[in-house]
Ligand binder design. Structure first.
Ligand code: SF4
Length: 299
C-alpha cells in the first residue's frame, strides 16, 4: 500500500517520492516562468542554514550543475547567540556536503559590533535593525563575490505576511519591491533578488527538507516571537485553517496588482547612492549609515 505523506488543497495525495517530484517541479516552473536565470549568471544564495535557504540552495545546485552557471552561498552572521551559531553549523555542513562555497559576513567584522550589542545600546525593534544590517551586508558581499543575482529562501507564507504587513502599516509602496523577482528599478550597485520558493508554503518547505534528510533546526529566531510579523503570521494561519486557500489568494491577487503598482511607483522609487558610503539607497543617507551614526553617538 502507498504511504501518503501529504495531501494538497485539492485533495491530491503524495507519497514521499511524488512529493519531492511535485516540489522540485513547481520550483523549476517558477524559475522558468519568471526568467530568474540569465546565461552566465553567478547566483549567490542568501544562506541562513534554515530550511528555506537550504531547500533553495539544494534545488539551485541541481539546476546549475547541469547548466554551467555558478553558485555560491553567503551567510550574514548578525550575532544572535543560541540561534545563529546553530544555523551556521548546519549551513557549513550543508555547503560542504553539496560542494557549495560558503562566505560568512558579519556586522562584527564589518562594523565591530553584533546585533545584540547594538540592541543593548539602542532601543530599536530587533527585526528592523537586523533587516537593515542583513540587507546592507548581503548586497555589499554579493557584489564582492561578483554575483549577478541573489537567491533568497522566501516562501509563500513569508510573502503573504509581508504583503499584509505593508497594507496594515499603509506602506503599499514597499510592496512594489516584492514579487518573485524583486525591485522596481535597476541600479548597477544593487544585485537583484530572486525567490525560487515563492509559491511553496512554509509547510511544504518543511516537509521537503525533512524528507531530504537535511540537518536544519525548525525553531525560529528568539527575537521573532514578539514581532509584528509573528502576529500577522498567526492571523493568516488562523484564517487559512478556517478558509483554506487564503495564502494563495493573497499572493495571486497581489501578483495581479504588482505590474500596475510598479508602473505607478517606478518614478518615485529611484535608487540613488548614499552620500556617505556610496551604496544604493532610497534616501540621501542609507539606513545602514543612519544606524551607524546612532550607534556611535549612543552612550
Ligand atoms: S526574526 Fe528578526 S532578529 Fe531574528 S533573524 Fe529574523 S529579522 Fe533578524
Amino acid at each position: 500500500m502507498k504511504k501518503i505523506i501529504y495531501s494538497d488543497q485539492s485533495g491530491k495525495s503524495y507519497t514521499k517520492s511524488e512529493f519531492i517530484r511535485y516540489f522540485e517541479a513547481k520550483v523549476f516552473r517558477t524559475i522558468r516562468k519568471y526568467g530568474m536565470f540569465d546565461k552566465g549568471d553567478k547566483i549567490v544564495v542568501a544562506m541562513s542554514g534554515g530550511k528555506d535557504s537550504v531547500a533553495t540552495a539544494h534545488i539551485l545546485n541541481q539546476i546549475i550543475s547541469k547548466r554551467g552557471e555558478q553558485l555560491e552561498a553567503l551567510l550574514i552572521d548578525e550575532g544572535i547567540p543560541g540561534y545563529r551559531d546553530i544555523t551556521i553549523k548546519d549551513a557549513k555542513k550543508f555547503c560542504k556536503d553539496e560542494g557549495i562555497k560558503l562566505t560568512i559576513a558579519s556586522p562584527k567584522k564589518e562594523f565591530k559590533f553584533t546585533l545584540t550589542q547594538a540592541l543593548n545600546k539602542l532601543s530599536k525593534n530587533p527585526c528592523n535593525m537586523c533587516g537593515t544590517l542583513r540587507r546592507y551586508l548581503l548586497n555589499l558581499y554579493a557584489k564582492k563575490l561578483n554575483a549577478t543575482k541573489v537567491a533568497t529562501g522566501h516562501n509563500l507564507d513569508d510573502e503573504a505576511q509581508t504583503v499584509l504587513m505593508n497594507q496594515y502599516k499603509g506602506n503599499v509602496q514597499l510592496s512594489a519591491k516584492l514579487g518573485p523577482v524583486t525591485g522596481v528599478t535597476e541600479h548597477k550597485k544593487f544585485i537583484r533578488r530572486i525567490k525560487p520558493l515563492y509559491f511553496m508554503t512554509e509547510k511544504e518547505v518543511a516537509i521537503y527538507t525533512t524528507l531530504k534528510g537535511f540537518q536544519v533546526i525548525y525553531t525560529e529566531c528568539p527575537k521573532a516571537r514578539d514581532s509584528f510579523r509573528s502576529t500577522v503570521r498567526d492571523q493568516i494561519n488562523d484564517l487559512e485553517n478556517n478558509y483554506p486557500g487564503i495564502k494563495n489568494g493573497i499572493i495571486n491577487s497581489f501578483l495581479e496588482m504588482l505590474p500596475r503598482l510598479r508602473k505607478e511607483l517606478a518614478p518615485k522609487s529611484k535608487i540613488r547612492e548614499c552620500e556617505s558610503c556610496q551604496e544604493p539607497a532610497a534616501k540621501k543617507i542609507c539606513s545602514m549609515c543612519e544606524l551607524l551614526g546612532e550607534y556611535r553617538q549612543a552612550k
